[in-house]
Design a protein around this ligand. Structure first.
Ligand SMILES: [Cu+2]
Length: 156
C-alpha cells in the first residue's frame, strides 16, 4: 500500500523563489461521468500537468455538487476497492492523470442546472496556493458507461 501524505509537498515553497516567471501547473481534459442513479456519486476525471515546481493537489471544490472527494481505485487481492486521497503530488514537468480505474473524483449531488448545461466549473486547490478553475464536460450515462460505473462503485 502506498502512503499519500509524504513530505513531498514541503519542497514546493522553496522552489517558488528560484526564478521570476515559472511555468504554472495546469489542468485540462476535465470531464464528469454522470451516475445513472441520483443516489450514487458521479465520477470526475482530468489530467494535471506539472509546472516548473513540484506541487500537490489538495482538494477540489465546486458550486455545482454537494460534495467532492478525491479517491483512488486499486485492486487488492483481486477485488477493486477505493480509498480517499487527501493530497496528490504533482511533481514538476509531470503528468498526473485521474482516469477510469485509477484516481478519480467522486461527486455527490450534481446540480440539475449544470447537468442541463452539460458542464460544470471545478476549482482545483494546489499546495502552492493556486486555485485553478476548469470547466468539466458532463457526460450523461450511456449503456457502456453504466457497466463501468457500477463496477467502479461496487466498493462504496
Ligand atoms: Cu470513489
Amino acid at each position: 500500500m502506498r502512503a499519500f501524505y509524504p513530505l513531498i509537498a514541503l519542497a514546493a515553497p522553496l522552489a517558488l523563489a528560484a526564478c521570476g516567471d515559472p511555468a504554472p501547473t495546469y489542468i485540462d481534459q476535465a470531464w464528469v461521468r454522470l451516475s445513472p442513479n441520483k443516489d450514487m456519486p458521479s465520477s470526475g476525471y482530468f489530467v494535471a500537468h506539472g509546472g516548473d515546481a513540484d506541487t500537490a493537489l489538495r482538494g477540489v471544490l465546486t458550486d455545482y455538487a454537494l460534495k467532492v472527494e478525491m479517491h483512488e481505485s486499486m485492486s487488492e487481492g483481486g477485488k477493486m476497492t477505493m480509498k480517499p486521497l487527501d493530497s496528490v503530488p504533482i511533481p514538476a514537468k509531470s503528468k498526473v492523470a485521474f482516469a477510469p480505474g485509477g484516481k478519480h473524483l467522486m461527486l455527490w449531488g450534481v446540480n440539475d442546472t449544470a447537468i442541463g448545461r452539460g458542464k460544470m466549473t471545478l476549482t482545483f486547490l494546489l499546495a502552492n496556493g493556486d486555485r485553478l478553475l476548469v470547466d468539466a464536460v458532463i457526460q450523461k450515462p450511456g449503456a457502456a458507461a453504466r457497466a463501468a460505473e457500477s463496477a467502479e462503485h461496487e466498493a462504496h
